[in-house]
Design a protein around this ligand. Structure first.
Ligand SMILES: [Zn+2]
Length: 260
C-alpha cells in the first residue's frame, strides 16, 4: 500500500493531565551522567531516554516509545529545559510512537536509512508476523496499531556515523531495522542502543541479552554483526530500547554470547 508523506506542519503542544502521564510512564530514572530513562507502557518495557545537552539547555530525546508517552516525555523534559531534538534509534512503530506529537517542540531526526520506515509503515512492510505464535501475533498486531504507533512522522534531519549528539557519537547498528543507530560515549563507556539486542522475550518477560526476533528483523545475520560491533566497543553500561540497563562485570561477554 502506498503511503503519502506525513505532514511537515507542526502539531499543537501536547495536552495531558498528571494522572494520565503517571499511567503512561514512571518518573525519570538516572542511568549515567546526564542520561535519564523513562520507562513507559503498561508493562514499563518501553524505554525513552533523556540526554542532557552539554550546554545545560534542554535534553535530546532518544527513541520516542509508544504514543501515549508523549505527555510524560514533554513534562519530564520540561524540568531539564525542554526538548532540543527527538532522535529515533530506528523507525519501528514502538520507537516513533510519540514522535509525531513531540514535533510540537523540536525536530525529529533519524539515520537516512530509517527515514522510509519512520515516514512510512514503521517496519510493517518487512515484518514476518506469521512466524509468531498466534497469541503473540494477535496481541502485537493490536498493540502496534492501537497502543504503540503514533503513525508516520515527518523527519526533519538525518544523522549518520560519527556525528555528535548531546556529547555522544552516533554509531550504526543496523540489522534489526534499517538505519538503526546507537549513541556512544567513550569516556564513561555508555551506549544507548535502541533495539540492537533484546532483554525481553516476545511476551515481554525479562531474558538475558539476545538477538532480536527474526520475525521483526530486516536481516538477522546483520543484527548479530551489529551486536558484535557493540561488544567490540567494550561498553560498561548499555541502555537498550526495552527493559535493561545492561551493566556489571560481564557486559561484553553477554553481548558476545548474544552475537553468536
Ligand atoms: Zn522495539
Amino acid at each position: 500500500m502506498a503511503m503519502s508523506a506525513p505532514s511537515s506542519a507542526r502539531p499543537a503542544p501536547v495536552r495531558s493531565r498528571p494522572r494520565l502521564r503517571s499511567f503512561a510512564s514512571a518518573p525519570p530514572e538516572h542511568m549515567a551522567d546526564g542520561v535519564w530513562l523513562l520507562r513507559g507502557g503498561l508493562l514499563r518495557t518501553m524505554n525513552v531516554y533523556l540526554v542532557e545537552e552539554p550546554d545545560g539547555r534542554g535534553v535530546t530525546v532518544f527513541d520516542a516509545g509508544e504514543k501515549g508517552m508523549a505527555g510524560a516525555i514533554a513534562a519530564a523534559a520540561q524540568s531539564f529545559g525542554g526538548i532540543t531534538r527527538v532522535v529515533l534509534g530506528h523507525g519501528d512503530t514502538d520507537h516513533r510512537g510519540s514522535a509525531p506529537a513531540l514535533r510540537a517542540y523540536a525536530d525529529v531526526l533519524c539515520h537516512p536509512d530509517a527515514v522510509a520506515q519512520a515516514e512510512g509503515s514503521g517496519g510493517r512492510d518487512y515484518w514476518q508476523m506469521d512466524e509468531l505464535p498466534l497469541d503473540v501475533r494477535l496481541l502485537h498486531g493490536f498493540s502496534h496499531r492501537f497502543v504503540w504507533d503514533g503513525g508516520p512522522v515527518h523527519v526533519d534531519e538525518t544523522v549518520s556515523a560519527g556525528e555528535r549528539i548531546a556529547g555522544f557519537e552516533v554509531v550504526e547498528l543496523p540489522g534489526h531495522a534499517p538505519g538503526l543507530i546507537g549513541l556512544w560515549r567513550e569516556h564513561d563507556r555508555v551506549a544507548l542502543v535502541s533495539d540492537c539486542f533484546y532483554m525481553n522475550d516476545m511476551h515481554g518477560r525479562p531474558q538475558p541479552p539476545a538477538a532480536p526476533l527474526d520475525a521483526y528483523n530486516l536481516d538477522t545475520a546483520e543484527a548479530r554483526r551489529s551486536i558484535a560491533k557493540l561488544a567490540a566497543l567494550r561498553p560498561a553500561v548499555v541502555l537498550p530500547g526495552h527493559l535493561g540497563p545492561l551493566t556489571g562485570p560481564d557486559v561484553v561477554e553477554q553481548l558476545e554470547a548474544a552475537a553468536t
